[in-house]
Write a protein that binds this ligand. Sequence first.
Ligand code: ADP
Ligand code: AMP
Length: 259
Amino acid sequence: MSVIDLRRLTSTARQQALRVVLIGPPGAGKGTQAATLKERYGLAHISTGDMLREEVRRQSPLGSQAKALMAAGKLVPDVLILQMMAQRFQQPDVSRGFLLDGFPRSRAQGEALVAMLAAHNQPLHTVVQLDLQDEEIVRRLCLRRSCPACGRVYHLQSNPPAQAGLCDADGSALVHREDDNEATIRTRLAVFHEQTEPVIEYFRSIGLLQRVDASRPIAHVEHLVERMVQGALTRTSPLRSSRRLTISKFRSLGRAARG
Ligand code: ADP
Ligand code: AMP
């Protein structure tokens, strides 16, 4: 692909409201890749983990229901996540396209998302799976440091901040997440294999899944992800619908997920 083709596609993507899911185990690099894609395509970066941490910080009713589950590395119930996402999808920035990070995490969440987007004629362009072995995940997460203000992530060895302990973007003091300890990481991995792998399989079965080897260096993974997103755009006809997503639709899907 020539530079001109690439530029044309990138600008088409900006106009097209790109809709992408980044999926993979905790620590695979979803947030790291999302930061780059968000900037390049002007997308809303929607991380359910970041949203839940904010609810915990604000001590909201949702935050108090989620807090212990998050600290233990378990999933927050589907119905609560779907209600939270229904509200998030009402924000105006979503119409410019979005990047989902950490959602969906169960087959019920995945089916609810696909049904809701189909009902609004705004299907996903692609689901990019960042694939990584468990032992590498443990190494990555034990040394991850996060900025509580902007969400940017670092790694003490492979991706350190310019000034130790401080975020390059806004100078905030970096934190070591409570759930980034080895015991909780192993629980999160078990939860991933048991509950999130079925939704990856679901995306494969409906032809949306593309897999990336996430063990490669960050810049290399960026290049692979970019190629996949561009490929998905050339395969998918643009959809122009600008209808707003409705909270009631998502709530009813949440009720269905609860059974
Ligand atoms: P996720 O959002 O999937 O949980 P992160 O993007 O937070 O993962 O990345 C987890 C950790 O791994 C961070 O410390 C990050 O700096 C580091 N990391 C991300 N991608 C890579 C990579 N390709 N190679 C090495 N380290 C990486
Ligand atoms: P993350 O920041 O993506 O690693 O998520 C941190 C924690 O938030 C997870 O271990 C879960 O407890 C919770 N969480 C985030 N997203 C979801 C989701 N889509 N479904 C259920 N729980 C979630």
